[in-house]
Design a protein around this ligand. Structure first.
Ligand code: ADP
Length: 331
């Protein structure tokens, strides 16, 4: 929901988003839409016209997040971001609604998952939703396998449909707030997110950045335990300083002994497919950074090294005091 449409005194008219959304969904094959998702979409379309907004409940934990400062303040001391948001918004009355952007392999999943545990909000990764759909042998399964294994993006309407379903089932379980990982990946998705039921207003977009040669090595080193689902990385990164970039080393994130023999590699983590995904990211997803930069929501975060070096710096950048870091799993 755009901020303008939350203003009850604002004129209510059919927005451009409403029109593009209507077009998007009226053209979609009915097969793609789960009934509960259709309900969500209907509400989505209704709220786009009426300017209604869902209520959010408070969720206080042992941490503090900047609540009354302009979003631009988040970037203090980090690489340049755009100027401060002139409209400070209070955030203590609902859980955070954050987005993690960044190239494949940058660590979106790792950091988003840690933060979600710390802040008590769900971590929603559209890549996981796609893989669940793939594994379900549902009607979309074959189509998705082909797209994902070629390193291409799944269509906006399929992604919006999967995400709507996930948000709807989360809301039914009483979830509020989220950390989105891997969404939005196109400007169209970013526009649709603004009117997606359950999203209302993204507070902050964290853009994780890392050298491209390191990204490739990190993707090739990713492993998942087929039993516990834990994510690990067996790559030992030692990238030399070159072209003005500092040297960088990252220790592997090794699994515990019990997972060692159960490690699997994602089918799309081959050198050829990762290179394709990096290319697709630069083409399709970099404009999303600009979309949020213009809204002064973008926090640029250059990873200084591996998890142990980067995590405290990320918390600092987000102005989060982790009073009990031991609660967070190491993987
Ligand atoms: N928001 C999205 N839009 C389109 N395709 C997506 C989206 N999220 C995930 N996918 C598909 O799922 C694949 C895996 O995504 P993800 O797990 O986020 O991997 P990574 O960030 O390492 O590329 C992507 O390459 C793409 O095919």
């Amino acid at each position: 929901m755009s901020r303008a449409s939350l203003d009850p005194s604002a004129p209510r008219y059919i927005t451009e988003e409403y029109l593009s959304l209507s077009l998007l969904f009226c053209c979609a094959p009915p097969l793609l839409f789960h009934p509960s998702s259709m309900a969500a979409l209907n509400r989505l379309l209704r709220s786009a016209v009426l300017g209604s907004s869902p209520a959010f409940s408070a969720g206080k934990r042992g941490f503090s997040v900047l609540t009354e400062e302009p979003v631009g303040r988040f970037s203090a001391g980090l690489s340049a971001s755009s100027g401060p948001d002139p409209t400070p918004r209070r955030r203590e009355d609902r859980n955070v609604q954050w987005v993690f952007l960044g190239c494949p392999g940058v660590g979106k999943g790792t950091f988003a998952s840690r933060l979600s545990q710390l802040l008590g909000v769900p971590h929603i990764a559209t890549g996981d939703l796609v893989r669940e759909e793939l594994a379900s042998s549902g009607p979309l399964s074959n189509q998705l396998a082909e797209i994902v294994n070629q390193g291409q993006l799944v269509s906006d309407k399929i992604i919006i449909n999967l995400l709507s379903k996930r948000l709807e089932s989360g809301a039914a379980k009483g979830e509020s707030g989220f950390i989105l990982d891997g969404f939005p990946r196109t400007v169209k998705q970013a526009q649709l997110a603004e009117i997606l039921d359950g999203v209302t207003d993204v507070d902050l977009v964290v853009n994780l950045k890392l050298r491209e040669d390191v990204l490739l090595d990190k993707c090739l080193g990713r492993r998942t335990c087929s039993e516990c689902g834990g994510n690990f990385n067996v790559a030992s990164i030692n990238a030399k300083a070159e072209n003005g970039r500092p040297a960088m080393s990252m220790a592997p994130l090794l699994p515990p002994a019990k997972c060692m023999s159960k490690l699997i590699t994602r089918a799309d983590d081959t050198e050829e497919v990762v290179k394709k995904r990096l290319h697709v990211y630069n083409e399709m997803s970099q404009p999303v950074e600009e979309f949020y930069r213009l809204q002064s929501k973008l926090l640029e975060f250059d990873l200084p090294g591996g998890l142990h070096e980067s995590w405290p710096k990320l918390l600092e950048a987000l102005n989060i005091d982790d009073h009990d870091d031991t609660r967070v799993a190491t993987a």
